[in-house]
Design a protein around this ligand. Structure first.
Ligand SMILES: [Zn+2]
Length: 409
């Protein structure tokens, strides 16, 4: 019996009781209930469900971060790089528009990770870093298209030196390794996936250390992307919207294999500084990230696009920030424009959410400016970090990893 049926039955019994007390006219007999209005539709689709929290809890708006910020993880482009490339043109925003948000939100510097190499790198450095000193830093990227040439290993190491001379402040390694980049067979057809610890990249990792260029590395993806997209998958909606984001099945390595290969790279190049992006690639498992950091003093982490994970385990996260306060960098994975990944859209809202998460003890709030949480249907809780830790996470840890960057006063 549901609540509505129970109330009706109770009403009928009360009515019956009244008749025994002397009210005998037929008109006083309980009436048959009027036709019930249509109830809620039990077949409402999950995709249409947008529940609003009824919690009455503090809402803190932080307009400016407690300390100047270096955003270690952004994707920008200058207009001259964008011909014919949709992705690039989405990222090309006049620097003045970026600076307006940066100034309002106390972001001193944005690190543009995907700066490319060669001419594209030179254009990015000219249009961002040189045009606005101290406000933008550009990283270079490996030349994936060149990986099939026989002299690639040494060529890539030399190319890093050329990139540094052209102004690159570090290197970004996208999740190409292990998941996208494939060797070609003799006829030029796609062959096996290239492993994260493929030896042809050893000279590159080593050279990065010698040149003092930190490597922002992304391998793997959320753990749930390696599982079947079924009713038990906590990222079901996201994977249903983007089936190509799934790394389950086919010839993909397992999540564990990818992380093991990554750890072999960290171990083989102890003089190279790595920034393991997205909370060391495993925000769902902070104990494992802690173990990794304990094992490899040359590795730091960054939090971009993972406050949805950190904020749903606030007690464990708070302890993690305490313990690893010298190893964690602020980043957002910000991309100007677009609607695909609301958790990454550059703008005033994005920074406000990150600051709220790090600085306040607010409870149960959205981790992305979107009607439905895009990385899983849950809400997050603020960590309320003390100023001493905030300063390290916002600024000091990044400054240490960017030796060539002299911070403006
Ligand atoms: Zn990114």
């Amino acid at each position: 019996m549901n609540r509505r049926q129970w109330l009706q039955t109770t009403g009928a019994v009360m009515g019956a009781a009244m008749t025994t007390q002397g009210c005998t006219r037929a008109a006083d007999q309980p009436q048959a209930p009027a036709a019930e209005p249509a109830g809620p539709d039990a077949s409402l689709k999950l995709v249409d469900y947008q529940p609003k929290s009824m919690l009455h809890v503090p809402v803190t708006k932080i307009e400016r971060s407690a300390f100047p910020v270096i955003d270690m993880h952004t994707h920008l482009a200058v207009a001259s790089n964008t011909q014919g490339n949709q992705r690039q043109s989405r990222r090309a925003v006049p620097p003045a528009d970026l600076l307006k948000v940066m100034d309002a939100r106390n972001v001193r510097t944005m690190v543009n990770l995907t700066g490319g190499y060669g001419e594209r790198l030179a254009n990015n450095v000219a249009g961002l870093d040189r045009a606005h000193p101290g406000r933008f830093l550009t990283f270079t990227e490996p030349a994936w298209a060149e990986t099939q040439r026989p002299d690639y290993a040494n060529w890539q190491a030399d190319e890093l030196a050329r990139s540094k001379a052209a102004g690159a402040m570090g290197i970004k390694v996208l999740k190409m390794l292990g998941l996208f980049l494939r060797d070609k067979d003799a006829s030029g057809k796609d062959g096996a996936l290239v492993k994260v610890d493929d030896p042809r990249f050893d000279p590159m990792w080593e050279q990065a250390g010698a040149l003092g260029l930190p490597i922002g590395i992304h391998v793997g993806d959320p753990e749930a992307f390696f599982l079947p997209t079924d009713r038990f998958n906590e990222r079901y909606e996201e994977l249903a919207n983007h089936p190509d984001w799934s790394f389950h099945g086919r010839d993909f390595p397992s999540f564990k294999e990818i992380l093991e290969a990554r750890d072999r790279v960290f171990a083989r190049h102890p003089k190279t500084t790595f920034v393991a992006l997205h909370v060391g690639h495993w925000a769902e498992n902070l104990p494992a990230v802690g173990e990794m950091l304990d094992k490899f003093p040359n590795v730091h982490i960054e939090i971009g696009a993972r406050i949805g994970e950190l904020g749903r385990q606030p007690r464990q996260s708070r302890k993690f920030f305490d313990k690893y306060q010298d190893r964690i960098m602020f980043g957002t994975d910000a991309v100007p424009n677009g609607t695909e990944t609301p958790q990454q859209i550059f703008g005033m809202d994005l920074y406000q959410i990150y600051y709220r998460f790090l600085e306040t003890e607010d409870e149960y709030f959205d981790y992305a400016p979107a009607p439905v949480p895009p990385q899983g249907r849950w809400q997050i809780y603020g960590l309320g970090l003390p100023e001493s830790i905030l300063k390290k996470v916002y600024l000091d840890n990044a400054l240490r990893a960017l030796p060539a960057h002299t911070a403006p006063a």
